[in-house]
Design a protein around this ligand. Structure first.
Ligand code: DC
Length: 217
């Protein structure tokens, strides 16, 4: 099956672009971050100390995570419950980054991601898609933007939803998460040797999508 892998730090625009690209090509969009977020939500709800890697590895066995597509949108299911609406908080973002360092968590989710790519054409985004999950993907993109731009985009997104936001705090949170995602031992965020580097700081969503569609052709 055909696959496009998109990796990069938080807030670079991966999911927006991946969704559009998938739609344009008739592929399925797979948001792997949502799976780590569902795993983190499970740990928070169960009261697991997320800094205790043994406890996280053990609890992960009790979390059944799957995804479904409804009307073109990915829905994440945690032990039978649709948790898509509960995984986008700042608390879950940081917890996802923390539990994703644990090998047992990654093994389970990577297997699920690889299975999805075996059965459908996918645009998959995350941190280790081009390096670990789909090393044979035909097109790999490493998408980034300055942390100031990424924080500003997030700030606008929250404002639009009517939520309170402190741009400086958002920037610090993003930088903290990137630091952890880049420096973890297993499958850290890094550009695959054969990935195309794309800095979206000064580009519009349409420009980035066009660029990727042209590369795919
Ligand atoms: O893409 P996101 O912000 O939804 O991802 C949340 C966290 O999950 C991210 O900080 C690190 C982790 N993650 C990962 O380790 N590997 C992936 N392929 C996707 C996400």
């Amino acid at each position: 099956m055909a696959a496009i892998a998109i990796d990069g730090p938080a807030g670079a625009g991966k999911s927006t672009i991946a969704k559009r690209t998938a739609k344009a090509l008739g592929f399925i969009y797979v948001d792997t971050g949502a799976m780590y977020r569902a795993m983190a939500l499970f740990m928070l709800r169960e009261g697991v100390d997320i800094r205790d890697t043994d406890a996280v590895a053990d609890a992960a066995k009790r979390a059944e995570i799957t995804i479904r597509h409804e009307g073109g949108e990915q829905v994440v299911i945690l032990n039978g419950e649709n948790v898509s609406g509960s995984i986008r908080t700042e608390e879950v973002s940081q917890a996802a980054s923390t539990v994703s360092v644990v090998g047992q968590v990654r093994e389970r989710l990577v297997a699920l991601q690889q299975e999805l790519a075996r059965t459908a054409d996918v645009v998959m985004d995350g941190r280790d898609i081009g390096t670990v999950v789909l090393p044979d993907a035909k097109l790999k993109i490493f998408m980034t933007a300055s942390s100031a731009v990424r924080a500003h985009r997030r700030f606008l997104e929250l404002k639009e939803r009517g939520e309170e936001a402190d741009e400086e705090q958002i920037r610090r949170d993003i930088e903290e998460r990137d630091e952890r995602d880049r420096n973890r031992e297993i499958s850290p965020l890094r550009q695959a040797d054969d990935a195309v580097y794309l800095d979206t700081s000064a580009l519009t969503i349409d420009e980035v999508t066009e660029r990727i569609l042209a590369l795919w052709k």
